[in-house]
Design a protein around this ligand. Structure first.
Ligand SMILES: *Cc1c(COP(=O)(O)O)cnc(C)c1O
Length: 377
């Protein structure tokens, strides 16, 4: 059977997972060696992203994102920043959507100018804004959809059209969607980035980052990555390979839970507003429906009462940063991802002190509703 023709859910279990040919074991063994025989001429070394546990994750992620190859880094930020720095040089210009993950936003603001790289941040709700920002020296166009924490949707086919017109390389942070809900390479995006710390790891117990693309771009990024040294270690790769086998089960359950919670919260009298792309009332709903196969496990909402009190009264849903784990977690963006903004900047971005961001886990949704209802009373 050619693996290429298998369904994604099947690929999540089997792609890249070689098993153990020596003893007939079911799972890929852990290969922690940092020193390998060089005599074949093919030198394996963890920092070269080519040891067996690396390759297992790379093949699985490439299959799930419908790319040709992948690299696994020690964190999402290592994957994101290495990719940018591999593609940009002094004198280049980059266009980013302004609604970025806090760490990426901070890195752009504080690092790029030091290397002689210019950038423009644009409001992604109108794709034409990207085109307006393009200059002679623009080289990359970087998007993130759904975005954090208001789940705004960027129109990917529109962005791809603009990028092709100006011969720009497109990158997307696909962390919130996961490969289950959105495969941007199929829509014409060049490079997909993930914080594997989230849905890909899925159990809130590891950090990694993944780049998936064509062989051409993966090779370019790998050359710089070998210099920067941001590879994931063998044990992390081994855990990630295991986690990916349940990615579809987890994310489908998280999609279902989030949709039900979003609808239920929309009708709750203690809730002022719900942000979820699966709701018809969400401004990005039609675009999301066109480019995503599921709306994801993340939702946000404004409470009418005191948000601190709601969070403190929850029993099942844990107050925590990060997201994408099997356990539901909640946080307050004004105290976490957006704490470094002034209150005026937060207001402009639509982030109130009453906003809560929920990462739905795989629990029974009725238990989650009871917990929220009790906390909102
Ligand atoms: C967490 C996150 C990152 C950064 O990933 P790390 O693994 O923390 O380095 C980047 N983008 C998004 C959307 C994230 O949620």
């Amino acid at each position: 059977m050619k693996k290429k023709h298998l369904q994604p859910r099947t690929l999540s279990v089997h792609a890249g997972s070689s098993g153990d040919p020596q003893f007939g074991g079911t799972v890929t063994p852990l290969f922690p060696s940092a020193a390998y025989d060089y005599r074949s001429g093919n030198i394996l070394y963890p920092r070269y992203f080519n040891t067996p546990n690396h390759r297992a994750v790379a093949e699985k992620m490439a299959a799930l994102e419908k790319g040709e190859d992948a690299l696994t880094f020690s964190s999402g930020m290592a994957a994101i920043f290495t990719s940018m720095m591999a593609l940009l040089r002094a004198g280049d210009h980059a266009v980013f959507q302004n609604d970025l993950y806090g760490g990426t936003h901070h890195a752009v603001l504080n690092e790029l100018n030091r290397y002689g790289i210019e950038y423009t941040l644009v409001d992604a709700s109108h794709p034409a804004n990207f085109e307006k920002a393009v200059k002679k020296n623009t080289r990359i166009l970087y998007v993130e959809t759904p975005s954090n924490p208001l789940l705004k949707i960027t129109d990917l086919p529109a962005v791809v059209k603009i990028a092709r017109r100006h011969k720009l390389i497109t990158l997307i942070d696909n962390t919130f969607a996961s490969p289950v809900n959105q495969n941007p390479l199929e829509l014409g995006i060049d490079i997909v980035l993930h914080s594997g710390t989230k849905y890909i790891g899925g159990h809130s117990d590891l950090m990694c980052g993944v780049v998936v693309s064509s062989k051409k771009f993966v090779d370019i990024i790998k050359q710089s990555a070998i210099h920067f040294g941001g590879h994931a270690d063998a044990y992390t790769c081994w855990l990630v390979e295991r986690s990916l086998k349940t990615l579809y089960l987890r994310v489908h359950q998280q999609n279902d839970n989030a949709q039900q919670l979003a609808e239920w919260l929309s009708a709750h009298k203690k809730i002022a507003r719900v942000y979820y792309p699966g709701l018809k009332s969400h401004p990005g709903h039609a675009v999301a429906k066109n480019q995503m196969s599921g709306f994801g496990g993340m939702l946000s909402f404004d409470v009418k009462g005191d948000a601190d009190r709601v969070v403190n009264r929850l029993e099942l849903i844990k107050p925590a940063v990060s997201l994408g784990g099997v356990e539901s977690t909640i946080n307050q963006p004004h105290k976490t991802s957006h704490r470094r903004l002034t209150s005026d900047e937060r207001k402009a971005a639509g982030i109130t002190d009453k906003l809560l961001r929920l990462s739905t886990g795989v629990e029974d949704v009725n238990d989650l509703m009871k917990d929220l209802d009790n906390a909102l009373k």
